[in-house]
Design a protein around this ligand. Structure first.
Ligand SMILES: [Zn+2]
Length: 280
């Protein structure tokens, strides 16, 4: 009897090790949501011409991190951490912008160094989306051709962009696209072209195992009421393109059964878990 023990134990151990080694260890894709600032609009009719004139509205600003088995993608970089909770007035007082929780501190809290992020996706280059872009100098930026030409061309300010906010991004590192783009090659994280708000505006679709398919809006809409009534902000680059993009994205949402998260919608955002919690 005693002789069989040394023979059996190594066999059992080898079997167990073999079983572990052959089992896939990929963790499911995770989505983190960050609070990337506050926007007070002093006249919400800027977003919905002729409607609710002179009414104030509070908007939020959101950023997202996607951790996929094949890498990491950061989506939108919010208002600059330098704005602080006191904030600033912009557009002759049309907006007040402030940041209660710096993005850098939120990333520190979950042990993420922005210099380690593989890909950066920015829905469009308005400064409430590029505020902290300069943290991501090591990432490959994925950008629509028209947005690149506008943001890195001589007339960037005419499009409402603030080039200093993304000046450290290296144009040689960019991946320039003209359409939809499957970020990790397995169809689970897809940048979708949705132009009109700016020349190369895009949205992000993330298909999570437990939470299901989510679509991050960029500024296709700024709040739910504008989605309901298909209203186009006065400052959009192209109204017709925007309406076409709304139709295309709505059809995609329907067919894929996705939930739309409107990135600036303060009321909807209050119902969404924020980092350090996450969605899988
Ligand atoms: Zn915005």
């Amino acid at each position: 009897m005693k002789k069989t023990v040394p023979l059996l134990l190594p066999f059992a151990a080898a079997t167990l090790l073999g079983a572990c080694a052959s089992r896939p260890v990929e963790s499911p894709t995770r989505l983190y949501v960050f609070d990337c600032g506050n926007i007070e609009s002093r006249d919400v009719s800027l977003f919905s011409p002729g409607v609710d004139e002179g009414q104030k509205k509070q908007l939020t600003d959101s950023c997202y991190l996607i951790k996929h088995a094949k890498g990491t993608l950061f989506w939108d970089t919010g208002l600059s951490d330098s704005l602080t909770a006191e904030g600033i007035e912009v557009w002759d007082g049309a907006f007040h912008l402030s940041v209660d929780h710096p993005l850098k501190a939120q990333l520190d809290e979950i042990g993420v160094d922005p210099a380690t992020i593989d890909y950066l996706g920015i829905s469009h280059f308005h400064s409430d989306h590029t505020g902290n872009a300069n943290y991501f100098t090591q990432s490959q930026l994925i950008i629509q051709k028209e947005e690149k030409e506008a943001a890195f061309g001589p007339d960037a300010e005419k499009f409402g962009f603030v080039p200093d906010s993304y000046a450290k991004l290296d144009p040689k590192k960019m991946r320039v696209i003209e359409g939809d783009f499957d970020v990790f090659g397995d169809g689970s994280v897809v940048i979708k072209r949705a132009v009109g708000h700016t020349p190369g505006h895009q949205v992000l679709w993330v298909n999570l195992k437990q939470s299901g398919p989510l679509l991050l809006s960029g500024d296709l809409y700024h709040f739910t009421k504008n989605r309901t009534f298909k209203r186009v902000p006065a400052f959009n680059f192209d109204k017709e393109q925007t309406l076409t993009a709304m139709d295309q994205i709505e059809a995609f949402i329907k067919e894929s059964g996705s939930t739309l998260w409107i990135q600036h919608d303060k009321e909807q955002n209050a119902t969404i878990r924020h980092s350090p919690a996450f969605y899988e």
